[in-house]
Design a protein around this ligand. Structure first.
Ligand code: GDP
Length: 202
């Protein structure tokens, strides 16, 4: 699939104000600074569709973009707020996660959530717990490891093996995994063809 057009639709905190759920939808989420904006911009061939490096914790809205709107295969891309930013007070964190969890649980057309994970870090509790929560709530997701250009090929291999063994302590099988680098434009075709194949079942 090629992305021919990508445009911003609406931002809000309320699932009832999100666009009518008449197209397949995919959400992108991860810890602040994971590289989410860069990945979205890479997928959409845009420099500034999602805003990179905004002050973490500032983009606390559900952001809808419509992709390929004038084609036969339009879909929604949703840029969700980054989680786990240390400077956000705990109270705000739970309120903040509240509308995201409600969105993830209740959005009827949400076909898959892309959980972005920084490949430079050891498995983080917050990511593992978030994925467990998705699993418990039967919310389909895949993992996208970001910034893999920072790793040499042997390091990448051992990172992936280590992550997998950590997850398999809890999971019966590993979710689908993609590796990406916005810097090197890697992972784009794989992610877009995955979306394309899921769209076929819509
Ligand atoms: P967000 O907060 O998750 O939206 O993250 P951003 O896309 O704003 O990226 C956070 C930081 O990571 C920025 O300094 C980016 O330049 C950097 N970054 C994002 N993607 C990559 C990548 O693929 N490779 C490298 N090396 N750096 C990246």
């Amino acid at each position: 699939m090629n992305i021919k057009s990508a445009s911003f639709v609406i931002s809000n905190k309320d699932i009832n104000k999100c666009p009518v759920p008449d197209k397949p939808e995919y959400a992108f989420i991860g810890r602040s600074n994971v590289g989410k904006s860069s990945l979205i911009n890479m997928l959409c061939n845009e420099k500034n569709l999602a805003k990179t490096s905004q002050r973490p914790g500032k983009t606390q809205l559900i952001n809808h973009f419509v992709i390929n709107s004038k084609t036969e295969d339009p879909w929604y891309l949703v840029d969700l707020p980054g989680y786990g930013f240390a400077k956000v007070p705990v109270k705000l964190k739970s309120k903040w996660m509240g509308f995201i969890t409600s969105f993830l649980k209740n959005r009827q057309n949400l076909l898959c959530t892309f959980v972005l994970i920084d490949s430079r870090l050891e498995p983080q509790k917050i990511d593992l717990e978030f994925m467990e929560w998705l699993g418990e709530n039967e919310i389909p997701f895949v993992i996208v490891f970001t910034k893999t250009d920072k790793l040499k090929s042997a390091e990448k291999k051992s990172f992936l093996e280590n992550y997998k063994s950590e997850m398999l302590e809890v999971w019966e099988e590993m979710p689908t995994v993609f590796v990406s680098s916005a810097e090197k434009h890697e992972g784009k075709e794989e992610l877009l063809s995955f979306i394309s194949s899921v769209n076929e079942g819509w």
